[in-house]
Design a protein around this ligand. Structure first.
Ligand code: FE2
Length: 285
């Protein structure tokens, strides 16, 4: 079913009408009839941003942007995060390449938001698959806002002021020393308040969150297991079957994602541009 969304909320009202189709009830929409190769008006960018804030992840199939167009588009949504040490495969500074043949960075089949072990994780990702396997290599997102909303009120109260550690620990031993990852960690609120919408979300993930401060180790482990399993319930998810040249935007502040590693020797190469983010804050800043 196709619906026209023109006014998502008073905060994000926009004059531009996008042709939008929901992909699941709680997260994810596909947008048609927008050519992202063309320079968009400020109103169209505002409408895309409003839709992204509402839906967590949005897709524009059939765009086939050049690296220059990809960077220019992302730059309309904030300041592009340009790594100090870009990888040699990067076609332009600011574009991160993920190639399934890369032992360290190629496949991340664990639920996460990008690099939350940083003090200021990226706010938005703009993503384009370049080469895809014949079948497989989908990505799944989960809405951490929907997950928060659907917790019981007593549990919401119990976790509201908790703080968790997010650490960059290697998934495979080959990560040590190979990818210049460097161990680092940050403390973030378990219940995050979105800086643009004020909505609350659960801000933990299986990939990065190692501990909830102030709890005994077995309490921390049990609570993280509960929250991670709750976030990643199918009801909070959308799964996207990529087509080459599709552009995806996801809000890295209120979603987790999971790159499905089911394509064996198939080749999957994707480009991602990240937008600099703020320091996450909770109910008490
Ligand atoms: Fe990621």
């Amino acid at each position: 079913m196709t619906t026209i969304i023109s006014d998502l909320s008073p905060r994000t009202a926009s004059a531009v009408k996008l042709n939008v189709r929901k992909l699941s009830p709680l997260i994810g929409s596909e947008v048609h009839d927008v050519d992202l190769k063309a320079t968009q008006s400020d109103d169209t960018i505002a409408a895309i941003r409003a839709l992204l804030l509402e839906r967590g992840v949005i897709f524009f199939p059939g765009q086939h942007l050049s690296p220059e167009q990809h960077l220019a588009l992302a730059g309309r949504f904030g300041v592009v995060d340009v790594p100090a040490k870009p990888r040699p495969t990067s076609p332009l500074p600011g574009i991160s390449v993920f190639d399934s043949r890369d032992e360290v960075y190629g496949r991340v089949s664990r639920w996460h938001a990008d690099l939350t072990s940083s003090e200021t994780p990226q706010s938005i990702a703009v993503f384009q698959p370049i080469t895809l396997p014949e079948v497989g290599g989908d990505t799944i997102w989960a809405s951490t806002e929907a997950a928060y909303d659907r917790l019981s009120e007593p549990l919401k109260k119990a976790i509201e002021e908790l703080v968790a550690v997010h650490a960059l620990t290697p998934i495979k031993t080959s990560e040590w020393g190979k990818g210049n990852l460097g161990f680092h960690w940050a403390e973030h609120p378990v219940v995050r308040v979105h800086p643009e919408t004020g909505r609350k979300s659960l801000f933990v993930s299986p990939r990065y969150t190692t501990e909830i401060l102030g709890l005994r180790p077995h309490e921390s482990a049990a609570l993280l297991k509960l929250l991670n399993e709750h976030i990643t319930q199918p009801e909070h998810q959308v799964r996207y079957r990529w087509t080459e040249g599709a552009i995806a935007f996801w809000d890295n502040r209120n979603t987790l994602h999971y790159a499905v590693d089911d394509y064996d020797d198939g080749l999957r190469i994707v480009h991602r541009v990240g937008i600099l983010g703020d320091r996450p804050f909770g109910v008490k800043r």
